[in-house]
Design a protein around this ligand. Structure first.
Ligand SMILES: CC(=O)SCCNC(=O)CCNC(=O)[C@H](O)C(C)(C)COP(=O)(O)OP(=O)(O)OC[C@H]1O[C@@H](n2cnc3c(N)ncnc32)[C@H](O)[C@@H]1OP(=O)(O)O
Ligand SMILES: CC(=O)CC(=O)O
Length: 317
């Protein structure tokens, strides 16, 4: 069943389960199965997939196969291949392999940045500038898009409340340093829709025409409510993870991302084009299930199925 609108996504959804989800597991999800997942989800209509992370394998063993995964993903026509990078070294590896978009990670919370990437935020920003310079020096056809990610932006598992003014400050710093896109991430699921509107509206006003995307975790059950709030602010790109895998090993109590399948259903029901075939998407969960036996898989759509006589835009007036 295809979303009846097929002229291209109006809302971009980016699958992050292969990175945010799998980083929580030390045992290697087999490379061929990662590629089967990427293939199947791309065939279901997901146009952006964060396929791996360029971090030291000693620290996060799951991504020891980053090179093979990127090679395989790049062979899929029309797919935007995204990778997480925590520093210049990671970016150099990703760029060399031809990744289309770099998701650079820095936390608004000082403590989370120190725990996660072992440096002050100013040092993270300095590396981001070096990466932007490196990209500018490349021939145009080899330049990846550079996303400036702001983790622990709506709350921090160490510091608690994170002032919106701090999110604005680092978002503007990214913009001035050459980001193509800013992403605001609620790493530990502290945000609520009122908070989301305040933070996204403030950042969007500050960064002008630069796209601002959202990365929500469903730690306290407010993930999709936060998406609805971000949509009202004009956000049109969301990260999510199939079956709600996800978390961050460098902050306490971090749990899964919003569920990709439920996100796509909500957007589809609201009449927003994602380009995703919901039934094909739900079927991809089988690949996750057979490789992570015993791991809870989240998501309401997969359990309940589509409503009788469902059509896209069902709930739109
Ligand atoms: C919110 C989230 O979910 S974000 C995702 C989850 N978090 C993560 O994945 C953690 C990311 N953090 C990291 O990868 C690390 O903290 C780093 C690489 C950023 C910094 O760690 P440091 O130990 O300070 O790195 P440092 O620059 O000192 O290098 C240490 C070693 O790692 C290597 N290294 C550094 N960066 C990388 C990289 N990106 N990829 C591979 N190897 C690397 C160095 O070459 C060095 O190797 P050596 O010991 O053989 O000489
Ligand atoms: C990089 C990410 O994974 C975003 C976040 O949750 O902080």
């Amino acid at each position: 069943m295809t979303n009846s609108y097929s002229s291209g996504p109006e809302v971009m959804v980016c699958e992050v389960g292969l990175r945010d989800g799998l980083q929580m597991f030390n045992a290697l999800f087999p490379t061929a199965e990662k590629l089967a997942w990427i293939q199947a989800e791309s065939a279901a209509g997901v146009r952006e997939i964060e396929v791996t992370s360029f971090v030291p394998p000693k620290l996060v063993p799951q991504f020891v196969d980053a090179q093979e995964v990127v090679h395989g993903a790049l062979a899929i026509p029309g797919l935007c291949v995204v990778a997480l990078v925590p520093n210049l070294k990671g970016a150099e590896r990703a760029i060399e392999l031809g990744v289309h978009k770099l998701n650079y990670v820095m936390s608004v919370s000082r403590t989370h940045n120190l725990r996660n990437v072992r440096r002050e935020r100013e040092e993270s920003l300095a590396d981001f500038k070096r990466i932007a310079d490196l990209i500018r020096a490349l021939p145009e056809h080899r330049r990846p898009r550079l996303l400036g990610g702001l983790s622990s932006a709506l709350g921090c598992g160490y510091e608690g409340r994170v002032p919106v003014a701090d999110v604005q400050r680092w978002a503007v710093a990214y913009a001035e340093a050459g980001a193509d896109e800013i992403m605001i991430a609620d790493t530990v699921g502290y945000a609520d829709p009122v908070h989301v509107k305040e933070a996204f509206r403030a950042v969007i006003a500050d960064v002008g025409t630069l796209p601002v995307s959202a990365h929500f975790h469903d730690t306290r059950g407010l993930g999709l409510a936060n998406v609805a709030a971000a949509l009202e602010c004009g956000v049109r790109r969301f990260d999510a993870s199939l079956a709600g895998l996800g978390g961050c090993q460098f902050v306490p109590s971090a749990t899964g991302n919003i569920v990709m399948d439920d996100l796509c259903f909500m957007l589809d029901a609201m009449g927003m084009r994602t380009g995703v075939d919901l039934e094909k998407l739900v079927a991809v969960r089988e690949i996750v299930a057979r490789n992570l036996p015993g791991t809870p898989l989240y998501g309401k759509l997969a359990g309940a199925g589509l409503p009788v006589n469902y059509h896209a835009g069902a709930t739109a007036a």
